[in-house]
Design a protein around this ligand. Structure first.
Ligand SMILES: C[S@@+](CC[C@H](N)C(=O)[O-])C[C@H]1O[C@@H](n2cnc3c(N)ncnc32)[C@H](O)[C@@H]1O
Length: 296
């Protein structure tokens, strides 16, 4: 069993499909757009590892699932070059709008972006050499059906490679803030999704990931644990890191609803936690991921 701090990144939902669409288009996830540059920097080392594992090559056709603001879509586009194609798909209009701006600002004729639910979108069958995702596939209401849908879009010779989080307990870069806030909040204030519900940590259990992918028809499923120290802020940046981390996950919603004095108290508690955890490189906390690969 996990305690509340172990499962903070996404709230429970009775109708995952519509709930997810609403959530990723809401004010709660707007910081994914406003803080896009900083998030991309935070995730950059992990991105390199995942892209190296996926090894997109010139001329390949790639689908980037849950592409968000397009960081990995653009990185994939560089790797497939002008002779390839990258299609980014996301359910969030606000994040896709940012991705569109970034594509338009560069020279990326090989990139297409689609606003759609990847779990049910009618992709052209058997066209992609690679389906890739950076933490964008843990939110499907029916993951087996969603991955079966994605598998149909892969060529028989293709591959699936994605990054997802391991347990909340191992991902202090997300959960330390929640742990610091919890003692100051009423019991149950931070929603905890069940183990099979969509959320940031819903793919933590490797057996579940295998069950989902094999249930969707994938084979040769391989999970490689990857630990990545996540730099929330530089030296002396505890307050800045606290301010940054409350913009994501359920704390955002909780803090929007509490009295200003309590909000300040919680922010101070998170800052103090980060101050204690700070090292010579700044606020650098553990990140724990699976790099998952499979064949259709
Ligand atoms: C944690 S964010 C990651 C975004 C991006 N991959 C990145 O690394 O910056 C998860 C993304 O998955 C998208 N998403 C969630 N459910 C989805 C679905 N059913 N279909 C398409 N995108 C989805 C969200 O809108 C969001 O952009």
């Amino acid at each position: 069993m996990h305690d509340q701090a172990d499962q903070p990144a996404s709230p429970p939902t009775d109708n995952p499909h519509t709930w997810q669409a609403r959530y990723w288009n809401s004010a709660a996830t707007a910081p994914w757009v406003s803080l896009q540059t900083r998030l991309d920097e935070l995730l950059a080392p992990l991105t390199r590892v995942a892209l190296d594992r996926a090894a997109p090559g010139p001329g390949e056709q790639v689908l980037d699932v849950g592409c968000g603001c397009g960081d990995t879509t653009l990185a994939l586009a560089h790797r497939v070059s002008a002779s390839g194609r990258v299609e980014g798909v996301d359910i969030s209009a606000q994040m896709l709008a940012r991705a569109r701006e970034r594509v338009a600002a560069g020279d990326f004729p090989q990139v297409g972006l689609t606003l759609a639910d990847a779990s049910s979108h009618a992709f052209e069958p058997a066209v992609f050499d690679l389906i890739f995702s950076r933490v964008g596939v843990m939110f499907f209401g029916d993951p087996v059906a969603a991955f079966a849908n994605l598998r149909r879009a892969l060529r028989p010779s293709g591959r699936l490679v994605f990054v997802c989080c391991r347990t909340a307990a191992e991902n202090g870069y997300i959960t330390a803030a929640v742990r610091a806030a919890l003692p100051l909040l009423p019991a149950g204030a931070v929603p905890v999704p069940g183990p099979d519900q969509p959320g940031m940590f819903s793919f933590a259990d490797p057996a579940r990931v295998r069950r989902i992918l094999e249930g969707a028809g994938f084979s040769e499923v391989e999970l490689t644990a990857h630990d990545e120290p996540m730099r929330l802020a530089g030296p002396g940046g505890a307050a800045d890191a606290a301010d940054f981390s409350i913009q994501f996950g359920p704390l955002t919603r909780v803090l929007d609803e509490v009295a200003p004095a309590l909000r300040s108290e919680i922010l101070a508690a998170i800052t103090e936690t980060y101050r204690q955890l700070e090292g010579p490189e700044g606020v650098v906390l553990p990140g724990a991921f699976w790099i998952v690969a499979a064949r259709p």
